[in-house]
Structure formats: C-alpha cells, structure tokens
Design a protein around this ligand. Structure first.
Ligand SMILES: Cc1ncc(COP(=O)(O)O)c(C=O)c1O
Length: 390
C-alpha cells in the first residue's frame, strides 16, 4: 500500500519540470522561463572549490549554522551592504539554498493550521513550503502594478497568522517595493506580534529608481524579522545550493533542530566556494547588471508594441516581467501552445497564484542578447496570433 500524505496531496505540482518536458519535446525551443542568470560563479569561487579536500576536516560534518569563516563574512556583508547588524540580537544560518532557509524558518515558527500571508502573485515555492509545513497560505492581492496593498495585508491578519512574506525585488513580477512600504509591513508585523519574512534573493538586480531596501536594517526589526538571501542568482551559483537566513536569536533553538535534522549542514565545498564569492563581493553581480537592464528595456518595448493583446506593468527589479494577456485561455494551456506552436517557453501565471485572468512570467536572465531577441520575437508573434485575443 502506498499513498502520499493528505498534506502533500494538496501541494501544487512543480510547474517547471512540466515546461521542461514540453521544451525537450520541441527541438529549437527558446526558454524565457528559467529563473537563472546566464553567468557562472566568479573564478575565485571555482579556485576555492578546486583547493577543497586536502584537509581531513574537509570531509567531516561542519557546524549546523555554517562554516565560521563564511558566517563571519556574511555578518560583515550584511552590515556593510544591507545595514543589518546581526549580532547579538540575530544570527546568520547558512543553508542549502534560500528555499531551504525559507522552509526551515517556516517550520520553526508555524504550527499546523497557522496562517501565512503571501501577497499574490507569490513565489510558488513559498506557497508550497507553507502547505508542506501544514500551515495555510493566505493569498492577498497586490495592486495593478504588483505593489503591496498594505490595507489588504492588515485586513488579512487573524489570530492564526504567524507571518507576512514579502519578496523584493519580486519573483514573478519584477516589482521593487519602496522602503516606506517595507517599513510599514515590518511595523505592522511588530505591532501584531507576527514575523516579517523578507526574501532578498534578487537584492542586486535593480534597474530603476527604487533602490533595494532590507527591512532587517530597521532599528527595532530584529526580534520579528527573518531575512532570506541566496547566492544562486547574484553569483550564478544556483547548482551550488547556498543560501542564508538572518533569524532572531530567539529562534535559534528551533531552527537548529530543523536544520540538524534535515540537512545537518550545507555542503562544505559549496560553502568554501560561497566564501570566496562573498569575498569578491557585490562588484561581481553589479558588473552583469547593465546587460540585464538593456535586455529588460528591449523586452518591455517589444511587449508594449501597439496591437499586442497584453499589458506589461512596470518591473524595475529581478529579471522578470509578469505579462497580463488579454485572453480567455488558461495560462498553462497558453504556455503549452506557445512552446509547441511558436517555439518559445514562459511560465504560466497560475503557478504563482495570479489573480483571475491569463498571466505569463517572462524571464530574461539566462539568455544572450541574440537569443533573447529571437525569443521575444517568437513570443510576440505567438501572442498576436492568439485565437480570441481581445
Ligand atoms: C524569490 C526567490 N527566493 C528563493 C529562490 C531560490 O533560491 P535558492 O536557489 O537559494 O534556493 C528563488 C529562485 O527562483 C526565488 O525566486
């Protein structure tokens, strides 16, 4: 007898493998779907990985919270770049990617049946992690421009709410939240006695006038703020699986229990590579930014061309556009159609809990400029040819 748990049965099926299969079945298809960058790690990180293994201690379990040298380097980075003073009220925990950091923190703060507020569209793995933890995702709409609706968030808080989750720059929308809004959410969480979980995986990917802001830097934020970071995008290290989280000191015992059970510690060779990358620092991701900013501009221009049946709200962060298509079609069906008939892949809005309507996430991080131009050309031709577009 085998049957999956009821808890897992209600978790949405990951959409990326489905899309990858359709791409594999369509020779020559271009993917505007992947949430990754086109570049790899800095050479210093690769050199650190090559040096790894000479010391016998390299092959033993390490500290649950991460290699001391990496934790120290991250403390410094957080103070210098994010204005987050980690010690003594908080601490950094290194994990196997920021997704695991989120799930670990969530297990540390929720009981089954608790509620977690997710402004929608949300990052699908956040919603999935909430369900896996046995908690209830409470989706709250954002504005037409995908900005936070502070009143809607406040109204959604109940006695069962344990956290509000924000992601800025945002996946899937590319929206960047202004400092004032993040301060307001953080203050709301403090006053209502709940956590503010803030995901900063795209902290370096800012293309417009709204700067990046870390709510963990607010004076009285540390007791209720959980800040999540990743090396996957910034340093082109998605496969190395290194992320980190700043948690209030009061959560350390709980987080320690979860991480010790699920992971013990992040892979040591990846932590050494991450340490070398963090030492290279922000100049590395920033050197790649102008190319992405130019790519974003040409994508937005192409999708805003007259006569195309879609809207493209302003997106000045990350490397995503969240396009509203004027079509009655189901977004997953539209994605399959675009791959099979037009050779271009995007991700359906339904996976991100998008509001009613047909939405597509377009990603421009992974492509060289020529392929991106060809990909966006295919997408616009596919949208123009849509049956029943209005
Ligand atoms: C908002 C957000 N957080 C976290 C992640 C995953 O990061 P990691 O690779 O560190 O698990 C992603 C990946 O797409 C993301 O978009």
């Amino acid at each position: 007898m085998s049957r999956e748990s009821r808890r897992l049965a209600s978790v949405q099926t990951p959409v990326i493998p489905v899309i990858s299969r359709w791409i594999a079945e369509t020779p020559g298809a271009i993917s505007l779907g992947q949430g990754v960058v086109s570049y790899g790690p800095p050479p210093e990180a690769l050199a650190a990985a090559r040096r790894f293994g000479a010391d016998p201690s390299d092959h033993r379990y390490g500290p649950v919270e991460g290699l001391p040298a990496l934790v120290e380097a991250l403390d410094l980075k957080l103070a210098r770049e994010n204005g987050i003073v980690v010690r003594p009220r908080s601490r950094v925990v290194v994990t196997a990617g920021s997704n695991l950091a989120f799930a670990t923190a969530l297990l540390a703060i929720t009981d089954p049946g608790d509620e977690v507020i997710l402004p929608a569209p949300y990052y699908f793995n956040h919603e999935m992690a909430v369900v896996i933890a046995g908690a209830r995702p409470v989706s709250v709409p954002t504005t037409q421009e995908y900005q936070l609706d502070l009143d809607a968030i406040a109204r959604a808080i109940t006695p069962r709410t344990r956290a509000v989750v924000t992601v800025s720059p945002n996946n899937p929308t590319g929206a960047v939240y202004p400092e004032a809004d993040l301060r307001a959410v953080n203050a709301l969480c403090r006053v209502r006695g709940i956590f503010h979980m803030h995901d900063e995986a795209y902290e370096y990917f800012i293309h417009g006038a709204t700067p990046h802001f870390s709510p963990g830097s607010i004076d009285d934020a540390s007791p209720h703020t959980i800040s999540l970071f990743s090396l996957s995008k910034a340093y082109g290290m998605a496969s190395w699986r290194i992320g980190y989280v700043v948690i209030p000191e009061s959560l350390w015992h709980a987080v320690n229990k979860v991480q010790d059970t699920l992971l013990i510690c992040a892979t040591a060779v990846a932590q050494e590579a991450a340490l070398a990358a963090v030492k290279v620092g922000a100049s590395y991701p920033r050197a790649h930014l102008p190319r992405l900013t130019r790519m974003r501009a040409s994508m937005v221009d192409a999708l805003r061309a007259p006569g195309l049946p879609c809207d493209v709200p302003e997106a000045t962060g990350a490397f995503y556009l969240f396009v509203r298509v004027h079509s009655e079609m189901d977004s997953l069906a539209l994605v399959e159609h675009l791959i099979r008939e037009h050779g271009v892949a995007v991700v359906p809005g339904s996976a991100f809990g998008a509001p009613a309507g047909c939405y597509l996430r377009v990603s421009y991080g992974a492509l060289d400029p020529d392929t991106a131009v060809e990909g966006i050309g295919r997408l616009t031709r596919g949208l123009r040819a849509l049956p029943g577009s209005q």
